[in-house]
Design a protein around this ligand. Structure first.
Ligand SMILES: [Zn+2]
Length: 326
């Protein structure tokens, strides 16, 4: 009887052999760190909604980018913290040279040019009503929003963004942005849309942090229903056809099936967004036990890669990169 047992446990028995046959090795190169930037000189204050995250500008922003670079993390994803008085109905702040993201981009590309700057591209941080688009008769108007998104993409590219990342789930946004970038002399700027973005409760801390929470029902008009796999893949397919260089699936941990299916079907690099709600859940659940925190963090990040993601946008980026060393 015993001769007929195929003893798979031999490959799992010691740490050395486990290490030798491990299929997924995380690297600092896998990570993208979300960073919150503000207007004004040398801003540096904590963002209580997401523990450990800060709002930065000027010198503190440069220092942080250098730390990130030295940890081997290749890219930052920039989000603006916009003062209420700078918001308006149409989100025109997204298209203003000198806005927080544009200013930060100029500074980073000048001072830490080896870091890739990815700029989040949506209107919700800039609209007084916090919706992701321009409203018409109380509803987000897709095509009016596209015109604002087009202008914002150009503005970010002119500031020096390496990658623009439209996150508003508007139909046609990648095609409109690609055409604008190419016609505007920015053909080397990449697009990295949030192609499969589900309406999720896991965005709560981020929405609080950026003061952009219009209420769940409104996001449920354009973000994907959490139950829908085929729609998610259709949206990814559309973005790839429109010229997306890379795509984002968000949130990652509740969308591992989408990541796996997209990996099979599409050749573009896929990034999972390890969102604020997941980060906060891990922080809260392991508050008294650092070992558990580190173990859980690495487990989650590894599983996102195992599902098929090439990259992970994560608030854990620095902590994980520090652990992995260089
Ligand atoms: Zn938005």
């Amino acid at each position: 009887m015993s001769e007929r047992i195929r003893r798979l446990r031999r490959l799992r028995r010691t740490e050395t052999v486990r290490r030798m046959v491990r299929e997924i090795d995380l690297r600092p190169d896998d990570f993208i760190l979300p960073l919150f930037v503000a207007g004004g000189r040398n801003v540096d204050h904590p963002l209580p909604a997401i523990p450990g995250m800060r709002v930065l500008s000027g010198e503190p922003l440069i220092e942080e980018a250098k730390r990130v670079r030295d940890l081997g993390i290749p890219a930052l994803l920039l989000f603006p913290i916009v003062a209420p008085e700078d918001k308006d109905e149409s989100g025109s702040g997204a298209c203003r040279q000198g806005g927080a993201v544009q200013e930060a981009t100029v500074l980073l590309k000048k001072q830490v040019p080896e870091i890739l700057v990815i700029t989040d591209l949506c209107l919700c941080e800039y609209t007084s009503h916090s919706h992701c688009g321009v409203l018409k008769n109380g509803e987000i108007d897709n095509d009016l929003s596209l015109e604002m998104i087009r202008q914002a993409a150009l503005c970010q590219a002119e500031a020096g963004a390496d990658v623009v990342a439209p996150s508003g789930m508007m139909d046609g946004s990648v095609a409109v942005i690609r055409a604008a970038l190419d016609e505007g002399g920015h053909s080397s700027v990449m697009t990295m849309p949030y192609s499969a973005k589900f309406a999720s409760r896991l965005y709560g801390p981020f929405k609080t942090a950026t003061n952009s929470a219009p209420g769940e029902s409104k996001h449920a008009t354009h973000q994907l229903d959490i139950a829908n796999r085929r729609q998610a893949l259709e949206k990814i397919s559309q973005d790839v056809e429109q010229g997306a260089d890379m795509i984002i699936v968000k949130p990652d941990l509740t969308s591992l099936d989408i990541i796996a299916a997209a990996r099979e079907r599409f050749s573009v690099p896929i990034a999972g967004y390890n969102v604020s709600g997941i980060y906060n859940l891990v922080c809260a659940a392991t508050a008294d036990n650092q070992c558990e925190r580190v173990g859980l963090m690495m487990e989650i990040l590894t599983c996102v890669r195992r599902a098929g993601a090439d990259l992970i946008i994560t608030y854990f980026a620095k902590e994980a990169a520090r652990l992995l060393g260089r």
